[in-house]
Design a protein around this ligand. Sequence first.
Ligand code: ADP
Length: 150
Amino acid sequence: MKKVVFPGSFDPITLGHVDIIQRAIPLFDKIVIAIGNNYDKKYMFSLEQRIHFIEKTFKGIDKIEITTYQGLTVDFCKKNNIDYILRGLRNPADFEFEKAIAHTNRVMSKIETIFLLTSARTSFISSSIIRDIIRNNGDVSALVPKVVLE
Ligand code: ADP
């Protein structure tokens, strides 16, 4: 069974994340969306809220599993028998950053990172910009799944 983990902060989940996940569905048997929760990181949305947004967005899709984790993604993979990490690439900056992480992960384990290029219509979306808009009471309805707006 081809199992992949899509790790991230998802603070909050955006239509960019949704695009990558939907396009990964036909490629894998199981997609584990792993929500990172690190004590030294400050999140806008609580872990419960971030889980709720993702659960509601992908309700009824059997191939998708949602979980939380702390620590290294490779350790999470080893513990859960996952051979692939999925990441989205938006731009050259993402590529440079992700390349270093993927190489490092390969040194630490046999886990391969699979990259999907973002769709043109969602490639500019970022959770940090969305958080900024929310803080300033702006409209993010074109950028996030409906459940986040509630
Ligand atoms: P992290 O803190 O691990 O970067 P994010 O929640 O920001 O967590 O991102 C998780 C994954 O989603 C990363 O692979 C990131 O490149 C990807 N991603 C973020 N925004 C988009 C987008 N607009 N389109 C496609 N992929 C995205």
